[in-house]
Write a new protein. Structure first.
Length: 489
């Protein structure tokens, strides 16, 4: 377990036991072994954390520091996270059920690298204050636009990519000058609580970063608290609508990064050798527990049968098991409740008339852990629930289309709009399709090899409000103030 003090809450620069008597038991989803326990934060704990953040914002030095001074503190956090990188990878494997490769690259490596980029490049170039053009009226006026911290930020993260999402909320909030209360998933608290130790190592002022655990009640106490100015939430669209409503009571700003049912479009001239990694990864990466995964596979009808045959063959080589084993390529779902939900939706797909081309059950020989076989549906109509609902499990659906117009229609026929993919031997044709998709991010022919720190991430429709990453993510935590004065009369 990361950290000596991870079984407590981190409030006001101190480690505390919490006010309640209940605890949360954290288990390894692959083995069901107990990792440890943490406090079940009460409404009083939430109030303590918000008050600490409020005092640090209203009376402390953090929001008054220059961006350069805050960047220096965040650089110390980067250095500490880099020092603990191997430990964090092991924690991601044990707590979130991530495979080692995924943990090293996406779960831990990418957020640390992009935090370093935010500190070393983005903050220095960001226009925290910029001049306005001269104003002509009764005289000549001039002025500036000042971008200053929003206030106390409530940051709420889910279980699937916990360290990744904690970094991408904590970093821009603090860089902007906000103070924060981070509430993590009760399934993955240790990847949040480690930030308390990192904050101490970096010398953050007391109350700038506070970390609480807890379930739905703790979350609601945070989103409705009058001391919170902005809420940034990542999770399902169902919970997101509740967070939106709770925050609206006091007109808080809300940033929501929610679910997806993203389409991976394979045009008739796509090279199937090139698309296989994307198609497989679209529904087996982290056992399908990713909001931006491309779980709807839209393939031109001329390629349909060959693609399905290739995917089935490739799935034979997917090793499901304990991700602590470096040969394992797909790990477990996070808990039994999530496995039951996935299995229920698999049954719904069959009841609707879709056909299971591969998987559909539990892997043989895995009696402990929350495993489901990678599952591929064919004979799917886009109106089916299995094509419209975010499963959050290793379930892909194959949907044929006739032509480009049909592909765009099907892709956009979704309540979600988070991500997408287009494959074609003609990049201009693929780019034209990408421009027509109602979604926040589209990867053409596999993209550039990773998440760009300069690419805003967020969704259309029920996939959310606002953007994360880089300058766009930093902007969400800033208020815009106009200051004007006369130059001549």
């Amino acid at each position: 377990m990361a950290g000596e003090r991870a079984g407590q809450l981190y409030i006001g620069g101190k480690w505390v036991d919490g006010r309640g008597t209940e605890t949360l038991t954290v288990v390894n989803p692959a083995t069901e072994a107990v990792i440890g326990t943490v406090p079940q934060a009460t409404a009083a704990d939430v109030d303590d954390a918000v008050r600490a953040a409020r005092t640090a914002f209203d009376e402390g030095p953090w929001p008054q520091m220059s961006p350069r001074e805050r960047a220096a503190a965040l650089r110390r956090m980067v250095d500490e996270l880099q020092r603990r990188r191997a430990e964090l990878v092991d924690l991601s494997i044990a707590e979130a059920g991530s495979t080692r490769t995924l943990a090293e690259f996406i779960q831990v490596g990418t957020p640390i690298d992009q935090l370093a980029d935010l500190v070393d490049r983005v903050i220095g170039a960001f226009p925290f204050e910029s001049p306005m053009p001269p104003m002509l009226g009764n005289g000549i006026g001039q002025g500036t636009v000042v971008r200053e911290p929003y206030g106390v930020a409530a940051l709420i993260t889910p279980f699937n990519f916990p360290f990744f999402l904690n970094v991408f909320k904590v970093a821009p909030a603090l860089a902007a000058g906000c103070t924060a209360v981070l509430k993590c998933s009760p399934y993955t608290p240790f990847e949040a609580l480690v930030f308390g130790e990192v904050a101490e190592a970096a010398g953050l002022p007391d109350g700038v970063l506070n970390i609480i655990t807890g379930d739905v009640e703790a979350g609601e106490a945070l989103t409705t608290h009058p001391g919170v100015d902005i809420v940034s939430f990542t999770g399902s669209d169902t919970v997101g609508t509740k967070v939106y409503g709770q925050s609206a009571q006091s007109l808080k700003k809300v940033v929501l990064e929610l679910g997806g049912k993203s389409a991976n479009i394979l045009l008739d001239d796509a090279d199937l050798d090139d698309v296989m990694q994307s198609v497989l990864g679209g529904f087996i990466t982290h056992a399908g527990q990713g909001c931006a995964l491309l779980t709807r596979i839209l393939v031109h009808e001329s390629l349909h049968d060959e693609l399905v045959a290739r995917v089935k063959m490739a799935l034979d080589y997917v090793t499901v098991g304990d991700p602590a084993d470096p040969t394992v390529t797909m790990g477990p779902l996070i808990r039994e409740t999530q496995r039951r939900r996935v299995e229920d939706l698999i049954r719904v797909g069959q009841d609707e008339g879709a056909e299971i081309a591969y998987g559909g059950g539990r892997p043989a020989g895995l009696d402990r852990g929350f495993f489901v076989e990678p599952t591929l549906f064919v004979g799917v109509d886009n109106s089916m629930r299995i094509a419209q609902t975010e499963v959050f499990g290793p379930v892909g659906v194959v949907i044929p289309f006739r032509d480009d117009e049909d592909a765009v229609r099907i892709a956009n026929d979704s309540p979600f709009g988070l991500a997408g993919g287009v494959w074609s031997s003609d990049p201009l044709r693929a780019h034209g399709i990408a421009r027509r998709l109602r979604t926040g991010m589209v990867v053409v022919n596999g993209g550039g090899g990773g998440l760009s720190p300069d690419g805003p991430f967020g969704g259309y429709k029920r996939s959310g409000i606002g953007r994360e990453f880089g300058a766009a993510g930093l902007s969400e935590f800033l208020q815009h103030k106009t200051i004007q004065w006369p130059a001549a009369r």
